[in-house]
Design a protein around this ligand. Structure first.
Ligand code: NAG
Ligand code: NAG
Ligand code: NAG
Length: 358
């Protein structure tokens, strides 16, 4: 009886060992793989081939040529193994080519159909404009693999700004973040003034209820970059009115002019819900919160006269700071190299126009 027991015991141990050995053998190649792919090669290790990604800017957006000499992605953003270039002779080795939409739709530039497109090469459609200003994209059906835009569902999401968490020193209160010397109730900077914009209609009615200080090219009161934020800081409210209303289309009017300028944003653009995905719900006033522009105007007057209520719109300043890309023509382009493992591939925008307008 005892002998039989120990025999069974030995058999069981043998079986377990065999199973373990088997599973180890199965896993061996993947274990090897893990060890063969160090993320940062150390000096003592045998040099491993690291793949370098080449991102080619086919032409500069709006002709804003940037100096990208040297190892710009590494030097400026700490992104290694990433070549950013505007040298078209690198076409055949480029992994990604970026095409800014404006020049394509106005005919200044064309897609390089005359060159043999390498199989691995991916074309990126780039625009920071809303669909209302992107023209007809039907001719580009089936050409682009990826999109780069302010839209959250773009392959390369490049927002105009975002809130970065930060902590302020102890003892700081909301009041410390509200600019002093508020002298104007509401301010608006407008360069592209068009009667058909909804924002123009809202402004025209609002100015009958409250005083609105208007600046910008449209009224021949341009503010240069040096004077913009100081000017806005004197306003209780800033009309962050977008030129068109589309999902995620929230521009520097909110991030820079209002939030950085230290005026409470009164927004006109996508839905309140869309804004709430980007900034705290109590940090802004939405035009659609009111059933009429008159009501909005009365509300602004009340809030400006109620210090505590006004200050409550600045609570976010205790936990966040406004951030934006350091250079929208270089940084998102370099960041392509950091997204390689998460990119959907293969991918083709077979109907870019529908994606744009969805
Ligand atoms: C590393 O790159 C060199 C040059 O491109 C190539 O000749 C070599 O075969 C590569 N080695 C490995 C292990 O891939
Ligand atoms: C925001 O900041 C304040 C003051 O520093 C702190 O007391 C509070 O816990 C923070 N809130 C969050 C959600 O981090
Ligand atoms: C990129 O798009 C082109 C054109 O539609 C297509 O032929 C190619 O397979 C795509 N490549 C990838 C990696 O998705």
């Amino acid at each position: 009886m005892a002998d039989l027991c120990s025999f069974r015991w030995i058999l069981a141990v043998l079986l377990v060992s065999l199973t373990l050995l088997g599973s180890l053998l199965v896993q061996w190649p993947s274990l090897l793989n893990t060890f063969q792919r160090p993320t940062t090669p150390t000096q003592s290790s045998i040099p491993v081939n690291v793949t370098t990604t080449t991102v080619l800017v086919w032409y500069w957006a709006f002709g804003f040529k940037e100096n990208i000499r040297g190892n710009v992605c590494k030097d400026r953003f700490g992104i290694p193994n990433c070549i950013l270039s505007d040298d078209r002779s690198l076409f055949s080795q480029a992994d990604f080519i970026i095409f800014h939409n404006r020049e394509l739709i106005n005919g200044q530039q064309r897609l390089p159909f005359h060159l043999p497109r390498p199989h691995k090469q991916r074309w990126v459609w780039f625009s920071m404009e809303s669909p209302a200003n992107n023209g007809n994209l039907r001719p580009f059906a089936g050409q682009f693999n990826y999109t780069m835009s302010y839209r959250r569902d773009a392959d390369f999401f490049t927002p105009y700004g975002w809130l970065a968490p930060h902590s302020v020193g102890p003892g700081m209160s909301v009041e410390d973040f509200i600019p002093k010397d508020k002298s104007h109730l509401a301010c608006w900077i407008v360069s592209n003034y068009a009667a058909h914009h909804r924002r123009t209609r809202v402004y025209n009615r609002l100015k009958q209820v409250i005083q609105v200080e208007v600046y910008g090219g449209a009224v021949n009161r341009r503010l240069d970059s040096e004077h913009l934020l100081p000017t806005v800081s004197h306003c209780y409210f800033y009309l962050a009115f977008e030129n068109s209303e589309f999902q995620d289309y929230i521009t520097e009017k909110l991030w820079k002019n209002a939030l950085e300028g230290g005026a409470v944003p009164v927004v006109l653009g996508p839905s309140r819900r869309n804004y709430e995905a980007m900034i705290p719900k109590d940090s802004f006033i939405h035009v659609d919160d009111f059933s009429s522009v008159e009501e909005l105007g009365q509300f602004l007057k009340q809030v400006a006269e109620d210090r505590e209520r006004y200050a409550s719109y600045f609570k976010w300043k205790l936990n966040y700071t406004v951030a934006h890309t350091s250079n929208w023509l270089v940084e998102p382009q370099c960041r392509i190299c950091t997204t390689l493992t998460t990119l959907q591939k293969p991918k083709v925008y077979t109907d870019l126009q529908s994606w744009e307008w969805k």
